[in-house]
Design a binder for this molecule. Sequence first.
Ligand SMILES: Cc1ncc(COP(=O)(O)O)c(C=O)c1O
Length: 374
Amino acid sequence: MIPLFGVAMSPAAPAAAAEVLGSGRIGQGAKVDEFEAALAARIGNPRVATLNSATAGLQLALHLVAGSTGDGDDGEGEVLSTPLTMEATNWAILANRLRIRWVDIDPATLNIDLDDLARKISPRTRAIMVVHFAGYAVDLDRLGQILDEAEARFGFRPVVIEDSAHAWGATYRGRPLGTHGNVSVFSFQAIKHLTSGDGGAIVLPDDELYRRARLLRWFGIDRTADRLRNPPDVPEWGFKFHMNDINAAVGLANLAGVDDVLARHRDNAAFYDRELAGTPGLELTERAGDRESSFWIYPMKVEDRESFMKRMDDAGIMVSNVHERNDLHTCVREYSALLPNLERVAPQIVCVPVGSWVTDEQREHIVASIKKGW
Ligand SMILES: Cc1ncc(COP(=O)(O)O)c(C=O)c1O
């Protein structure tokens, strides 16, 4: 079976982890600082705080910008979000005791539909969650215009949280994600382009949010203070979301090779783009010239997904839709909404293997197997 996912582990990672394990200091320390500095240099934003997952990052992001501690919110606060994502995106809203308002998807990109988003912003909107699905950036300039209009109309500007879990290395208008004025959250979970085993990072647009993120990832306690002689006060309580040096060492080792990993995802995707364009019964997603996808996955829309999946299975190729629509789960039944694009497109979405482990021979076999069916 050609796998749909792989682990991009550097041969240098075991020794890097072993060094930390034997050092007597395995918590959050110098390796975390080093990893953060390296990430900040890559992203082009110095305000990077590592965490133990993107899930923690999304929960922290919403807590920072819109969070209710349970006592301040009127129970009416809404977060506008896409249902086509990993549940981590949307359960972060529930964890912050905010309400979900579903926004439809754009069938061309599988990202949030910005027209539907513009229609749904209201005085109740506390924040907006967008996902760069597959690593293909949301049109952030158009989103900025929508926020300008909302600000003019309602007198406030909702904060945007970019779920960049799929999108390490992706760019919009020539700049990496994490530099477009929003809060952005990356994942370094096992099967991402860049893995630290498990881990994530929150990237902040201003110094005050960055300061709070660094404090709230570890109970709100200032780790730089002299905790023995002069224990610091905790003005704002926080979580236990920090990264440790073991994960940071693995992340650092993998960061050294991540550009090659990313390049191979992109090369495989470019091959599929060329070979599959115009194949009847199959539609590829949008490619705009102003953004470069990270192609964490390669989604497409097929007319008869059942038989497509069966044929791929017979050909030894693992395929799947990767994320189930979130809005049909029982725990979010009360937020149910009419989402016509999602309704039509969700049953057509399927992803084929595109990652760095897919060889030239395998990608040719994948294309031939897809084309044979039509
Ligand atoms: C879109 C999206 N958001 C968030 C997450 C959660 O990431 P993590 O496993 O690092 O918590 C994932 C994980 O795959 C994801 O795909």
